[in-house]
Design a binder for this molecule. Structure first.
Ligand SMILES: Nc1ncnc2c1ncn2[C@@H]1O[C@H](COP(=O)(O)OP(=O)(O)OP(=O)(O)O)[C@@H](O)[C@H]1O
Length: 387
């Protein structure tokens, strides 16, 4: 959808900001550009909507060389979200969100109706916030209006330059999650610039790690964290990339252990005998349909009388995660419930358990660059470094 072919930008003072860049962003893909200050991220982005012209090379959007496209028509197809949201202070939130629509000739009524839908979409109740002025909003709310405005004309492409940069970490995380949820439905082709590797990992389908004017590695978050292409990338993603990798490595059925099983309606002595034969100290308790009910200790079964049923001795299992969730979530559940294992479910069906040892194995498996990513919405890297 966005194709860079050998694109370079040398500013008039001789600064080479971007040097022979070639890469593609697929339709519906979100690629994050991450790197230290001054490495050319913003220059890359601003060449896509022709706020900056490349010195050489070509950029194609939707198969069309943008050098031959009218910049105003081009920008209508490309939403732009920046850190200093740039709302009009003397216009209401609703009118701000409707700006692009009225600029492109929509009548005020329909433009406002659409703007109200968009505010709703980004989590701002139009009845409450629509008539306010930007100064009457929090930073996070202003940022949402910026996103609503960028989406107003339903452009296929979105450029976002540090879109969540101006707000505190808690609001930032919320905005990131909201945007990911939104992106799952609107599926725009997105280039997102950030200097924050955690944001890049959390948001990107793929991450482009920039060195000076060049992409050092372009790959999935799991691959960049698991197999950095160079010492530079490894240093940039940080010494704690192992911990970050917990966030991007999914739990797979092959990672799991099959513990002893007791059936909810089974007589306790029957289950006790089986556990003893298997040398198991506990068993998961499943109902007749294979759904997880909880767990039961071998000791409890052993001392139950002839009449005892597993049902009466079973304890509820609080620590569980869905298959495909990131390992970090399983680790978090273990810590929260002080449990030595967590149950893994596929829908409501029990598929196995994950223990700290298995978690470690799974993490080692993900070292390879072939590590698959987890669904974007479940990526959670905030505070991994202090997990
Ligand atoms: N108009 C300009 N004239 C000369 N040099 C420029 C100009 N704009 C940017 N540069 C230089 O080009 C390089 C890349 O800048 P750019 O803004 O693309 O970097 P960035 O990665 O987005 O940085 P940051 O994270 O700090 O925003 C920097 O060395 C910068 O100083």
């Amino acid at each position: 959808m966005i194709l860079f072919e050998q694109v370079s930008k040398v500013y008039p003072d001789g600064t080479t900001a971007v040097d022979g860049l070639s890469f593609e962003v697929a339709e519906g893909e979100l690629v994050t550009l991450v790197g230290p200050s001054g490495c050319g991220k913003t220059t890359t982005m601003m060449m896509v909507n022709r706020l900056i012209e490349p010195t050489s090379g070509r950029i194609l959007v939707g198969g069309e060389d943008i050098a031959g496209t009218d910049p105003v028509a081009l920008r209508r197809r490309i939403g732009y979200v920046i850190q200093q949201v740039g709302l009009f202070p003397h216009r209401t939130v609703l009118d701000n969100a409707a700006t692009v629509l009225t600029l492109t000739g929509r009548r005020k009524g329909p433009a406002r109706a659409r703007a109200a839908e968009l505010l709703e979409l980004v989590g701002l109740d139009p009845a409450t916030y629509g008539s306010r002025y930007p100064a009457q909003l929090s930073g996070g709310q202003r940022q949402r209006v910026g996103v609503a405005r960028a989406l107003a004309a339903d452009p296929p492409v979105l450029l976002m330059d540090e879109p969540f940069g101006a707000v505190d970490p808690v609001v930032r995380e919320r905005l990131q999650n909201e945007f990911l949820r939104l992106q799952a439905t609107v599926r725009k082709t997105v280039l997102l610039v950030t200097h924050d590797i955690e944001e890049a990992v959390r948001m990107g389908d793929r991450i482009a790690v920039y060195g000076a004017g060049r992409i050092e590695q372009l790959d999935t978050p799991a691959a960049v964290l698991g197999a950095p292409a160079s010492r530079y990338v490894a240093e940039f993603v940080g010494a704690d990339r192992g911990l970050k990798r917990l966030s991007v490595t999914p739990i797979e059925p092959g990672d799991l252990e099959q513990p002893a099983v007791a059936r909810l309606d089974e007589p306790a002595p029957v289950a006790a005998g089986r556990l003893r034969a298997e040398g198991a100290r506990w068993a998961v308790v499943l109902d007749a349909t294979g759904e997880l009910h909880g767990w039961v200790a071998a000791d409890a079964l052993a001392i139950a009388g002839e009449e005892g049923r597993v049902r009466d001795l079973a304890r509820r299992m609080e620590a569980w995660v869905p298959v495909g969730a990131p390992l970090k979530r399983a680790f978090g559940e273990m810590l929260q419930h002080d449990a030595g294992w967590v149950a893994v479910l596929d829908g409501s069906r029990f598929v196995g358990v994950l223990t700290p040892g298995l978690l470690h194995e799974a993490l080692r498996r993900s070292v390879g660059a072939d590590a698959r990513g987890v669904p974007r919405g479940t990526v959670d890297v905030d505070s991994v470094s202090d997990a």
